[in-house]
Design a protein around this ligand. Structure first.
Ligand SMILES: *Cc1c(COP(=O)(O)O)cnc(C)c1O
Length: 471
């Protein structure tokens, strides 16, 4: 059977639109879209016929396969495509998985703001118009010890706004050792090039000295920027200028100093033995004028970028028209305000990411033992399940070289099966993400929420049965 006569059997767009599975799903606003999907499906079928085998295909087969194709895309479009993921990787702030998980109090605040109207930009006592984000700014100032604070859409936006405001028609100086790329395509050199009149690179990749910044000031720097190189570290023959020293250089020259801190450590984690990053208040005490950080990393709130520090500089940023393009919406502000209120009230246990970061090893061991026991109880034959010590990471580019000690469930499988199991459970509903190491799948209880355990066990055991049965 030749290709030409197969091509003649391709159905018309109208015919597919009349198919019993397609026609009832055409709505007021979807007709044009459905027509396009049908046209694309016919075109795909045409191409496979042209490339294709000489196998005999009937007109009915072609029609059915086009309609199948269209129906499956319509299914995907009409139900939510955002899939829930059980994160068994132990990476607390996984940028690809949406970073911080929000607790009940924050979800309730977001829901309440979503449901109706809120006092976003109105002072209800006087009835007068106000700025948005005032309560968030006040809480951030009080919690970090800053004079004032301001929130935009994310930390990349915060850096853009601050640098544009202070060095838009001047120059920003930054160490060559800090021109970083951070997960999620944040490339500092690109952002600075967009924001500043001129970028003055100081020092070298491994060594930057005080005199390099002093020279940058003589060369016209109007802002000295220090970036937290959060996801890597330069070791060996190195030198960097501390924030305190940089603040001195800035003060002596009358040039503002900014620190892109990144992770937003409000709670003094160092005090609970998690080394690597100072908390925001301590960092601000070094004398920097402005600090920026994400609100959805270690801070544990919804997506946002915070700027804290000098009141006159913050005022200039608020007046910058760019801030209008970067403003957060009522949902993010309501969620962030509640997150900050939970910090203020000392209700740290309400903040899931903070709870996960601080989860003690003995509690993790208990949880791992519980999970292992439940997996064993399902009676999958010849299963090698152990509880072993391992490391989790905070993620989001924070504390990179300070992994957290954890205890995981390790399931060791015959060669090649661990990847297959990982792929299988990743395709589950909800999806389950695990770590694979050598011939083992690792389940880290740190990032598994307590109400996810039943689903996790069900998906995992189902996957194990399929993997081990198929010899
Ligand atoms: C994460 C990070 C950013 C980017 O923040 P987003 O909130 O993802 O836009 C910028 N700078 C540093 C130092 C960071 O750690």
């Amino acid at each position: 059977m030749d290709i030409q006569s197969s091509l003649k059997k391709l159905p018309s767009v109208e015919k597919v639109l009349e198919d019993a599975r397609i026609a009832p799903r055409i709505t007021l606003l979807s007709r044009k879209g459905v027509t396009r999907i049908v046209r694309e499906a016919i075109e795909r079928r045409r191409r496979t016929l042209l490339e294709g085998s000489k196998a005999r295909v009937s007109g009915n087969d072609i029609m059915a396969s086009v309609a199948d194709d269209v129906a499956s895309e319509l299914d995907a479009l009409s139900i939510s495509g955002t899939r829930r993921v059980i994160n068994a990787t132990g990476v607390v702030l996984h940028t690809n998985l949406g970073r911080a998980v929000l607790g009940e109090s924050v979800r309730a605040a977001i829901d309440s703001a979503a449901r109706g109207y809120v006092d976003l930009e109105i002072d209800l006592a006087s009835g007068k118009r106000t700025e948005r984000g005032l309560r968030v700014g006040r809480l951030l100032s009080l919690l970090t010890g800053a004079e004032d604070a301001f929130v935009v859409n994310n930390n990349a936006a915060a850096v853009l706004l601050a640098v544009q405001t202070i060095a838009g028609s001047g120059a920003v100086a930054v160490s060559r050792g800090e021109l970083v790329e951070i997960g999620g395509s944040f490339r500092l050199p690109e952002i600075l090039a967009l924001a500043a009149g001129r970028v003055i690179e100081v020092g070298t990749t491994n060594r930057t000295h005080r005199k390099d910044y002093e020279k940058a000031v003589r060369d016209g720097a109007t802002l000295l920027l220090k970036v937290h190189t959060s996801n890597y570290r330069i070791v060996g023959y190195t030198n960097e200028v501390s924030l305190g020293e940089l603040a001195e250089v800035g003060r002596a020259a009358g040039v503002p100093v900014m620190h892109d801190q990144g992770s937003g450590v409000l709670y003094p984690l160092r005090g609970v033995g998690i080394e690597g990053e100072e908390c925001l208040e301590t960092t601000l005490e070094s004398g920097v004028d402005i600090m920026s950080f994400s609100t959805d990393k270690v801070l544990g709130g919804p997506q946002g970028g915070a700027l804290v520090g000098s009141a006159p500089l913050i005022a200039r940023m608020k007046e910058n028209h760019l801030s209008r393009a970067l403003r957060p919406d009522k949902l993010a502000l309501a969620g962030l305000e509640q997150t900050l209120r939970d910090y203020w009230n000392g209700s740290f246990e309400r903040i899931p990411s903070l709870r996960m970061i601080m989860e003690p090893a003995d509690r993790l061991r208990e949880k791992a033992a519980g999970l292992a026991g439940r997996i064993a109880a399902r009676g999958v034959p010849d299963l090698d399940v152990k509880i072993v010590e391992s490391e989790s990471s905070i993620g989001g580019g924070s504390f990179p070289i300070n992994p957290l000690r954890t205890v995981v469930v390790q399931i060791t499988l015959p060669a090649g099966r661990a990847e297959r199991l990982a792929a299988l459970v990743r395709g589950g509903s909800p999806s389950v993400l695990v770590r694979v190491k050598d011939h083992s799948v690792m389940i880290d209880p740190r990032t598994i929420l307590s109400d996810e355990e039943d689903e996790l066990i069900a998906t995992l055991v189902d996957g194990l049965e399929r993997i081990l049965r198929r010899e």
